[in-house]
Design a protein around this ligand. Sequence first.
Ligand SMILES: [Zn+2]
Length: 317
Amino acid sequence: MKTYLGIDIGGTNVVYGVVDDEFGFKYQSTLKTKSVNSAEELALHIFSDLKENYKGKLDGIGIGAPSVNCLTQQIEFAPNLNKWGDIIPLKTIFEGQFKNEVTLINDANAAAVGEKHFGDAREHQNFAVITLGTGVGMGLFVHGKLYTGDHGMAGELGHIVMRSDGRDCKCGNSGCLETYIGKKGIIKTTKEKLEFNSGGSLLHEVSPSLITPLEVFKAAKKNDPVALEVVDLVAKDLGYAIALVVNLFDVENVYLAGGVAKSGNILRKRTEKYMRQFTLPNIREKVKLKISEINDKHGAVLGAAAAIKEFQDKKSN
Ligand SMILES: [Zn+2]
């Protein structure tokens, strides 16, 4: 039986696990992304942890991370990992540390590969997975294959410009989707709305530094007016962006994954309403917006491990 190491590098957490051929977990762990200062330090940390706590062999390593160029196998200008440098040759770094072959894949693509291998999308040829967290990304399957683009950069949904005079984005542009519906964007919108609210919000009871998207969704479920307004703004931007994807690629199934997707139906239902509003009438009623059923942490790790196979199959074709 073969065993693979799957690693999901997010802006907040790094989650990793050793999985077998059937993708059952043999070991898993997590650490805060900020707790390591470089990719080399991360590779050493995971290597030492496995040496101590797993001890078995590895047949390959799959890594999902933001802003991955899957052609060069590097992280390139990841706004949420800029502390580690502009160009991070992750494949080289991990292969140097582990002496195993490494496959690097965009985190949203990893989520899509996970959905295709283990999730609801097993039978689907065309579908999109949208990841909602610190960053906003997308993995797209077209005709049964992961679409990666000419430069390995396909799916950067978080950096479509919604408002050309909008908020500054770490990518250098202004008004990107991520600046409104990424974790920090949602928090910023909430604080702006609270400033103009005279006190009738549950969120006034939360210390400003402790406001998170999950707090906002919790308050919205209790019909808090400010929280509901924020959720509606997020849903409108997200629904608009998804409608672009649906109109362009005619995907019938769209999945939401990642930390912010955990908020559940309150965001999904409103987003679906706007998505349908902005979608062409002849496909409007056919398109479905679902929350990924794979637990998002496991899903990303499994997807990263499954990427090893996905790309091996591509090479052998
Ligand atoms: Zn941007």
